[in-house]
Write a protein that binds this ligand. Structure first.
Ligand code: SF4
Ligand code: SF4
Length: 308
């Protein structure tokens, strides 16, 4: 039996999931019911990979709360993913072209990795067609303009990330700087949090609309406030107790914490299936959720400049 849940309730759960509890656990079995309903329409998903390390795919595939193979292969009808699909070479590119042509205007495009634009995009190719290299830049323009919506998965696809760091000789940028016609949802963080991605996907499938986005096109329900506001070390900050080295007791602001500018929910849902997260492990937050990561976050372990 399908449990009805209003959009308001869905957003409330996404924004306020209890600390240490998986969002997907909170929403199950509603998510599986939702995905099963969506499966009737089998919304096709095409997943392109550009300049990145595949860490966002790994982050998602590590998710254990929901059977991820079921979601990716049976439910959302993943038609192209260079890492997990069995086909390769021409076979894979043919599958990509066929899926995009058959579902023009309907498919969802997930992009992982930044977009190298220098030299016509020559620094990143996804294969060969008729003896010519197909650049990721051209593939993104071709398929991005035919998609119903694009989910930019992770920091690189959203804002350029580490491949776009100074001096950026490849001219790498985020997807939204290349594609203007199709809505782009940015799922920041390096890598993306699997629950931010799956929660966004469920929202799009279930309610048929893009969730409310902030000024950087991130879903507000997953990037609602700064890490600092909910940080377990905030009492140390108020009392003026500062760690001198990563791992010390105290607020980590003097050893590079950027939690005051990082909007994310790491303090609520943690990482690796609720195992731990940066600040709880004694490491300063590097604001990997933000468009300025990593250039504006350097030096990574220096005293945070706003506190000087
Ligand atoms: S500066 Fe960082 S460690 Fe200190 S309270 Fe804020 S988020 Fe926590
Ligand atoms: S705590 Fe900061 S650096 Fe760590 S994952 Fe979250 S936003 Fe990124």
């Amino acid at each position: 039996m399908v449990r009805r849940i209003s959009r308001r309730e869905f957003i409330r759960v996404c924004t306020g999931a209890a600390a240490g509890v998986s969002l997907l656990t909170s929403l199950e079995p509603m998510i599986l019911d939702t995905l099963a309903l969506a499966a009737e329409r089998k919304p096709p998903v095409i997943w392109l990979q550009g300049a990145g390390c595949t860490g966002c795919s790994v982050s998602l595939l590590n998710s254990v709360s929901v059977s991820i193979e079921k979601v990716l292969l049976d439910v959302i009808s993943l038609r192209y993913h260079p890492t997990v699909m069995a086909g390769a070479g021409h076979q894979a590119l043919d599958a990509l072209e066929e899926a995009a042509a058959a579902h023009e205007g309907e498919f969802f495009l997930v992009v992982e990795g930044g977009v190298p634009t220098a030299g016509g995009g020559v620094y990143c190719t996804i294969g060969e067609k008729h003896g010519k290299e197909v650049t990721f830049y051209d593939a993104l323009k071709q398929y991005g303009n035919k998609a119903a919506a694009i989910i930019a998965a992770g920091s690189c696809a959203s804002f350029g990330g580490i491949p776009g760091a100074a001096p950026n000789p490849t001219g790498t940028v985020g997807v939204w700087e290349v594609i203007k016609k199709t809505p782009v949802i940015n799922i920041g963080c390096c890598p993306m949090h699997p629950e931010d991605f799956l929660g966004t996907l469920v929202h799009v499938l279930k309610y048929g609309e893009i969730p409310d986005l902030d000024e950087y096109n991130r879903p507000k329900m997953f990037f609602p406030e700064t890490i600092h506001i909910g940080c377990p070390r905030c009492t140390y900050f108020s009392q003026g107790i500062f760690a001198q080295n990563p791992g010390d007791e105290g607020c980590l602001a003097f050893v590079g914490c950027k939690g005051m500018v990082a909007r994310a929910q790491c303090h609520v849902r943690q990482w690796n299936n609720q195992t731990n997260w940066c600040i709880a492990a004694g490491a300063p937050c590097q604001a990997c959720s933000e468009p300025g990561f990593p250039d504006d976050c350097s030096p990574l372990y220096g005293r945070y400049r706003l506190s000087e």
